[in-house]
Design a binder for this molecule. Structure first.
Ligand code: GLN
Length: 494
């Protein structure tokens, strides 16, 4: 029998529907890969029995002639930022250790309703703050990728959705959920040689997703192919009255409409994304991408996004500001950890719990956030950053007068060794330089693997689209995928 863990979401779904194999067989195959991959540390909690139980229900539905849903019987990994009823949900933080929600996030609920089954909760950067998956309380995730001929150096899977990128690249799951506040789907997808799409802000409900920066947080799928992303995004998205920023828009059948013919599409190249000292390999892959889209029928046009250089500093004010407010709820009373020193009062308990429960990066963000929101500095920082955000969004609105999509690198470099940016938080923040403009503007954006660098590590390209035009983003992604023919994969060492 074929190794089911080599199949895509589409192939698994179709095979289960056709009766070529059962959902239980698929769950068993992935459970086995998960169990054998502890060296990657991709999972915080494994739920093999939940996957099997749900799969048995899918198989029973099939036997009864029922509709199996668009992800019927497909096992997936769930980023541990989504609340899952009865299964520990930690956001990779000590402060939430032992927290078992009584409720299910809307996105995960939607996925289970579409027939998907859960392999476990995936590791991530603590509260999704990070770009390397090194801020998790539960330890680093190690990328399955290693430099070709570069010894055994452990590489970063990217972050914050590093457990998701690793699980998919290492065939522990055919797909996984991610969340993207300032690049956390796209950057890890690029590092791991897989696809990932952040939809338009408001497409996927934030209800039941541990909040980082609420005006930016968006869930999306990570998978090996563009088609799989289209399928899974369709299952995740949809209006949710429980999220006040949810968009009341119909969810198109993105998979059915996939079309790699880009005739009539104009693809913008933003001159401000061409940065001084840019990695030559990234620049070369960007050039290749342009040619691929041209070959697919698109017209390439130059556009300008003049406020690009302010986007990253703006993001690193707005995101921590919102985080400092969102994270005020972790006080030792309501969730997870409580540190109550002998004879201590309420204030002491708050302080002790937060000191013990939050990691260093989380504390850094809370400090930055409270600082930029403080009475004396609010106008100097937070108000300015909000203006920057409006200008960045306006740049895109103007660009859309000249193009339908924008092609850019996803990241300024390929993956780097774990530990190599420990003393360089700004260098770490720079990872997001190409990702955050689309986040600030709430636009759909996708990363697709196109090549490997001289070290044999994946490189991704990013496609940014107009609001609600995920279809155009996916179509251009498909055109890149077909022409790039990316087949490189991490050699198994774990
Ligand atoms: N790396 C960025 C940060 O640390 C983005 C994280 C994210 O998108 N969740 O803020």
């Amino acid at each position: 029998m074929t190794d089911l863990t080599e199949l895509t979401v589409a192939e698994l779904r179709d095979g289960i529907r056709a009766g070529d194999f059962t959902a239980v067989e698929a769950a068993e195959a992935f459970n086995a890969n998960v169990a054998a991959a502890d060296a990657l540390n991709a999972f915080i909690v494994k739920t093999p029995e939940i996957a099997l139980k749900a799969a048995a229900l899918v198989d029973a539905d099939r036997a009864a002639g029922k509709d199996l849903g668009v992800m019927g019987g497909v096992p997936i990994g769930m980023k541990d930022l989504f609340a899952t009823r009865g299964v520990q949900t930690t956001a990779a933080s000590h402060i939430l250790e032992g927290f078992t929600p009584e409720y299910e996030s809307t996105v995960s609920h939607n996925l289970w309703s579409a027939g998907a089954t859960m392999l476990g909760k995936l590791n991530l950067d603590q509260f999704a703050m990070g770009s390397s998956n090194e801020t998790s309380y539960f330890g680093n995730v190690t990328s399955p990728w290693r430099k070709a001929g570069g010894g055994n150096e452990a590489m970063s899977p990217g972050g914050s959705s590093g457990g998701s990128s690793t699980a998919v690249a290492a065939r522990l799951a055919p797909a996984a959920t991610g969340t993207d506040t300032g690049g956390s789907i796209r950057q890890p997808a690029a590092f791991a040689g897989i696809c990932g799409i952040k939809p338009t802000y408001g497409r996927c409900s934030r209800w039941g997703v541990v909040a980082f920066a609420s005006s930016l947080d968006q869930a999306g799928p990570m998978a090996r192919t563009v088609r799989d992303c289209a399928i899974m995004l369709g299952a995740m998205a949809g209006f949710d009255p429980k999220d006040s920023t949810s968009l009341d828009e119909p969810v198109p059948d993105w998979e059915a409409a996939l079309n790699a013919d880009l005739k009539g599409k104009r693809v913008g190249i933003a001159r401000e994304y061409r940065m001084d000292g840019m990695d030559a390999e990234i620049e070369a892959s960007w050039e290749q991408g342009k040619q691929m889209l041209r070959d697919a029928g698109a017209e390439i046009v130059d556009v300008s996004l003049p406020h690009t250089k302010y986007a990253l500093p703006g993001y690193y004010i707005i995101a921590p500001a919102e985080a400092s407010s969102n994270l005020a709820r972790y006080d030792g009373v309501r969730y997870g950890l409580r540190d109550l020193p002998e004879g201590a009062g309420l204030q002491d308990m708050y302080a002790a719990t937060r000191a013990a429960g939050f990691g260093d990066e989380v504390k850094r963000r809370v400090l930055i956030g409270t600082y930029v929101l403080s009475a004396g500095f609010y106008d100097a920082y937070y108000t300015q950053a909000q203006k920057v955000r409006a200008l960045v969004a306006r740049d895109f609105e103007r660009a859309w007068e000249h193009c339908d999509l924008i092609l850019a690198p996803t990241t300024p470099s390929a993956s780097f060794p774990l530990g190599s940016k420990d003393d360089d938080p700004i260098g770490m923040y720079l990872n997001d330089v190409f990702a955050v403009p689309a986040s600030l503007a709430g636009l759909p954006a996708m990363s697709v693997p196109v090549d490997v660098n001289a070290d044999g590590l994946p490189l991704g390209l990013q496609i940014i689209g107009k609001p609600l035009d995920e279809q155009a983003v996916l179509d251009a992604g498909l055109a890149l995928e077909q022409r790039a023919g990316f087949t490189a994969r991490a050699e198994k060492w774990w």
